[in-house]
Design a protein around this ligand. Structure first.
Ligand SMILES: *Cc1c(COP(=O)(O)O)cnc(C)c1O
Length: 343
């Protein structure tokens, strides 16, 4: 079995090139991406591995797809015809993967169109069907009926291919959750995203495997002050001190991806202790109640996300913001200055 790490959206906020370069040296098969621009950057950085364009394409992208030797994922008859017509006209070969819809009703060829698709592929020998894939709607629950139904549909599609004389090299279905929890979805290629970054896709996965978070967000205390009972903190104020409190101001806010939804809900880690976010998260500032950390000083480092020992688990912080971990990683990763450490 081979691995196709999914590094779309700036490697889930972690930084496309450093993540790609690190994983490329780990013996992976190739990478899954969602934009041609990402593939261009990886090729320009000298990466020769197979690069999959997972989320479909527009007609105008075809010359560049071929020039960059990207592997397009074809998701409907329209795209298949585009690819067939263009490659025939240009006299060029192209390897591609076919994505079938097995019940998610998102991206993917409806199974009723499969016969027609196979006819088009057969009539266009310049096209090489290298893989059949689909995507799971609830991979976090591998034993649920929906996943079972999807698996059955996928098997049906594989059978139809075989019957029509196609023997694609790869079949793939599993995201992180399914890769961890459901071996029967593995076939010969898996497509983990979230788990690569050390984040659990669901609680069940946490029981099966130990992951180390890759992203840590840190900042330094900018200012400290004492407030008296009854005094308000920040805009609104959304928070009033119930006792004498020490408040630390940190220069991170919603413009940095630390969402306002974490007002009164977020927490950070300072000198070995959890400290709550109090009051509204501002554009570039947030307040932490550090009364329990009397030795706190201006310039102290606080962990706002991640940490070497999961001090601020992204799973928990995301839930407190009403988000899934994917969203928080993309948001926090996009805006902030990054240092890459190999540990
Ligand atoms: C993003 C993506 C994945 C990775 O999903 P995770 O839940 O992050 O593991 C896998 N396959 C496809 C097609 C994707 O778009």
């Amino acid at each position: 079995m081979q691995i196709l790490p999914v590094i779309k959206s700036e490697a889930y906020g972690h930084g496309l090139l450093p993540v790609a370069k690190t994983l490329a040296s780990e013996g992976i098969y190739g990478f899954g991406l969602s934009e041609l621009e990402e593939i261009l950057r990886l090729r320009e950085a000298g990466l020769a591995l197979p690069l999959f364009l997972l989320s479909g394409f527009e007609p105008a992208w075809l010359p560049e797809i071929l020039r960059l030797k990207a592997i397009p994922v074809v998701t409907d008859l329209y795209q298949l015809r585009l690819l067939a017509d263009y490659t025939r006209k240009e006299g060029k070969k192209c390897a591609f993967h076919l994505k079938v819809d097995t019940g998610m009703n998102r991206l993917g060829l409806p199974l009723k169109d499969l016969t027609q698709a196979l006819t088009i592929i057969r009539e266009n020998p310049q096209l090489k069907l290298e893989g059949l894939m689909s995507h799971l709607a609830c991979g976090e629950e591998p034993s649920c009926q929906f996943t079972e139904d999807q698996l059955r549909q996928f098997e049906e599609a594989l059978k139809a291919l075989k019957k029509a004389g196609f023997r694609p090299r790869f079949a793939h279905l599993a995201n992180s959750a399914a890769a961890i929890l459901a071996p029967k979805t593995h076939y010969n290629l898996v497509r983990p995203g979230l788990a690569l970054y050390g984040v659990y896709p669901c609680q069940e996965a946490q029981k099966r495997i130990r992951l180390k978070p890759v992203m840590t967000l840190k900042a330094r205390i900018l200012s400290l002050k004492d407030v008296s009972p009854g005094e308000g903190i920040g805009y609104g104020p959304l928070y009033f001190a119930s006792k004498p409190m020490k408040i630390a101001l940190v220069p991170v806010g919603y413009a940095d991806g630390y969402l306002r939804a974490l007002s009164n809900h977020g927490f950070a880690f300072l000198r070995g202790r959890r400290v709550p976010v109090v009051g509204a998260v501002s554009m570039r500032l947030l307040s932490l109640e550090v009364t329990e950390v009397p030795e706190a000083k201006i310039g102290d480092e606080v962990i706002l996300l991640g940490g070497p020992n999961r001090e601020v688990p992204v799973e928990e912080l995301a839930a407190r913001a009403g988000l899934i971990p994917y969203e928080l990683l993309c948001l926090l990763g996009r805006e902030n200055f990054k240092i890459f450490l190999r540990t």
